[in-house]
Design a protein around this ligand. Structure first.
Ligand SMILES: C[S@@+](CC[C@H](N)C(=O)[O-])C[C@H]1O[C@@H](n2cnc3c(N)ncnc32)[C@H](O)[C@@H]1O
Length: 230
């Protein structure tokens, strides 16, 4: 037993990769080829991908939201955990990186489960709300521009069914959130997101130190999703 999360040494991090579920050939290619791209550091860690698959499967997710696709690893992780009729509404503004993502999804045989929207995610989410899709989704993963995190969270919460789960990446922001000398707008936005969520009675949440920090929030059955809407 331990009351503190382990520091991951290089050796332990290597061991963690050895005991994770084996990556598929497509996932290996996604990791290797994305590592050569500008912005490679934006990709989620393989252990986060495994966790997203487990989370989506564990709640029997069918309809899901993905805010921030990049080259498609997190989308693939969720899509492969869905039943054949499941759907990911995936959102990004970058047509070039998501073209790569689409090729990987096709190679992995999950492209027909993914509906990609190339537009600012707030527009896509507002479109879903305007179309009356409140309470329709089971799972959401938020991993796009950090300054909009709270806005994404509010909209995803409204779109989720009670008992649905939202996962939010980068909540520990490379450790900057704990450094008083770091006060750039992105770090401030993540601190603000973390502080707001702590007070939010509409969800049950946990902050998990995996990858760059992943917050998991379950929508409580009785929650009103209109509070604090912006
Ligand atoms: C951290 S990356 C996503 C990584 C991805 N989840 C993965 O598994 O590799 C963030 C993505 O958010 C996208 N993005 C930035 N601003 C956006 C916006 N306003 N709307 C939608 N996507 C946005 C970027 O183009 C980028 O691909």
């Amino acid at each position: 037993m331990s009351r503190k999360t382990l520091d991951l040494s290089e050796a332990l991090s290597g061991y963690l990769q050895q005991v994770q579920p084996e990556l598929s050939d497509i996932e290996r290619r996604m990791l290797e080829e994305t590592a050569q791209l500008p912005g490679a550091g934006m990709q989620i860690a393989p252990e986060q991908a495994s966790l997203l698959s487990v989370l989506a499967a564990s709640i029997g997710a069918v309809h899901t939201l993905e805010v921030g696709v990049f080259t498609g690893l997190s989308t693939l992780a969720v899509a492969r955990a869905l039943p054949a009729h499941g759907r990911v509404v995936a959102m990004d503004i970058d047509a070039a990186t998501t073209e790569r993502a689409r090729a990987y999804w096709e190679a992995a045989g999950v492209a027909d489960r993914i509906e990609l929207h190339i537009a600012p995610a707030l527009e896509t989410l507002d479109g879903l709300l305007a179309a009356g899709k409140q309470d329709r989704f089971d799972f959401a993963f938020i991993d796009a521009d950090k300054r909009n995190y709270w806005h994404y969270f509010e909209r995803c919460l409204a779109l989720l069914r009670p008992g649905g789960l939202i996962a939010v990446d980068n909540v520990l922001w490379h450790g900057k959130v704990a450094d008083k000398n770091e006060n750039d707008a992105t770090t401030a936005a993540i601190r603000d997101f973390n502080a707001r969520l702590r007070e939010d009675t509409r969800v049950l949440h946990a902050v998990v130190p995996v990858g760059d920090g992943l917050t998991l929030a379950v929508k409580r059955p009785t929650s009103s999703t209109t509070r604090d809407a912006q």
